[in-house]
Design a protein around this ligand. Structure first.
Ligand code: CAA
Length: 378
């Protein structure tokens, strides 16, 4: 692995850092009111952050996964709600389509998604199928030239704001996971209903909904890959998605650490800055070390992906370590801030709430440990 970032990487990181500064001004209000960041998402589309890795011929930025990690970290340092919208669109929706969809599907959907004209959502989880993702109850009955889609998906990021959903559904239950199909579904099709918006602990300004499908006619030409490829599609796509969420967690951790470092040099106690007390110094040392280790794991996973090597193990390692680091660092950042850390305007309490979801979505920490242990024992 080459640890040297290129000029282009540095430029992309700076562009993401500059954009992220714009997020500060209304981040507290959006968090409090659970308000979707419409204007910021539009701007991300204009800046090329919604289809970073997509080939320019489909409207994307043609960048590598390392660039994506760098941009995700910078944006997540300020607002993890904005970055999850970006992550789902880039690594679950655009990457999934670019890698596995046919040319006609790419022409119809990918360009609009990569440019941010519309954003997408990834519909795998169900009320009774979260970690146990093979237990899909949503059905896609084969009706010859189309599938009839019925069921409910839960906790769908971009649930209401998306224009298109990638939906996993069971066509032949007797085949188990080999009977699952991945279907491209337009939000405005008859029978698609957006359910209630979840009132969440963190990432409150991203919109998370349940989505109901009732007798939705999905043309066969909207199936991704061969019949029965849906579960593998979801697993392969999540391998890259986990790099996105790992770098989101990295950004939350590094953002909280930087705020704690700054505050420790301003706040005085017992006659000196609290950064002069060893109790705080040791916290900062541990925070900095864990943030750096997370960064290296994220970059390693991205580098493996860019170099066409296997990255399932690396992305799960990056995700479990970075998300647990985010939770720990954000909690310590609150502690460094003392009473101020417990109130909204200092941001670290929001970061602590935002960090929690990174241990849950796109595979819980426990699921990552399943993937890691299966890989090392294989
Ligand atoms: N690539 C390709 N194929 C894979 C794969 C991968 N990474 N992982 C598994 N498979 C294949 C297996 O080879 C197997 O196929 P065969 O039978 O042909 O060999 C098949 O898939 C079933 O695999 P397992 O037997 O390993 O399945 P399992 O029931 O033991 O489950 C699991 C494995 C890792 C726990 C998986 O179910 C999983 O990842 N669960 C978590 C799901 C998840 O991450 N959900 C996130 C929702 S999306 C989200 O959160 C987005 C958002 O909004 C932010």
């Amino acid at each position: 692995m080459n640890f040297q970032l290129t000029e282009e990487h540095l430029m992309i990181r700076q562009a993401a850092r500059d954009f992220a500064q714009e997020l500060w001004k209304d981040v507290l209000e959006r968090d409090e009111k659970a308000k979707f960041p419409t204007d910021h998402v539009k701007k991300m589309g204009e800046l090329g952050f919604l289809g970073m890795m997509v080939d320019p011929k489909y409207g994307g930025g043609g960048m590598d996964a390392v660039s994506y990690v760098l941009a995700m970290e910078e944006i997540s340092k300020v607002d993890a709600s904005v970055s999850v919208i970006m992550s789902v669109n880039n690594s679950l929706v655009c990457w999934g389509l670019e890698t596995f969809a046919n040319e006609d599907q790419k022409q119809r959907y990918l360009t609009r998604l990569a440019t941010g004209e519309i954003i997408g959502a990834f519909c795998l989880s169900e009320p009774e199928a979260g970690s146990d993702a093979t237990s899909q109850r949503t059905t896609a009955e084969d009706k010859g030239d189309h599938y009839l889609l019925n069921g409910t998906k839960n906790w769908i990021t971009n649930g209401n704001s998306a224009g298109v959903y990638l939906v996993m559904a069971q066509t032949d239950v007797s085949l188990g996971h080999k009977g699952i199909n991945a279907l491209i579904v337009d939000k405005n099709w008859e029978g698609v209903t957006v359910g209630k918006k979840e009132d969440k602990m963190g990432i409150r300004s991203s919109d998370t909904h349940s989505i109901m499908f009732q007798d939705v006619k999905v043309p066969k030409e909207n199936r991704i890959g061969e019949e029965g490829f849906g579960f593998k599609f979801a697993m392969k796509t999540l391998e890259g998605g986990r790099i996105g969420i790992a770098s989101q967690a990295l950004g939350i951790a590094s953002g909280a650490y930087e705020l704690a470092l700054k505050y420790s040099k301003e706040r005085k106690a017992f006659g000196k800055e609290i950064s002069q007390h060893q109790a705080i110094q040791f916290k900062l040392a541990d925070m900095a070390t864990k943030v750096e280790a997370s960064r290296l794991l994220c970059l390693q996973a991205a580098w493996l992906k860019d170099n066409h090597k296997s990255y399932a193990l690396a992305s799960s390692m990056a995700k479990v370590f970075s998300s647990e680091t985010a939770m720990w660092v954000a909690t310590e950042a609150v502690q460094v801030h003392g009473g101020y850390g417990y109130v909204r305007e200092y941001h670290v309490e929001r970061m602590m709430r935002d960090a929690k979801i990174t241990q849950i979505y796109e595979g819980t920490s426990e699921v990552q440990r399943i993937v890691i242990s299966r890989n090392i024992l294989a």
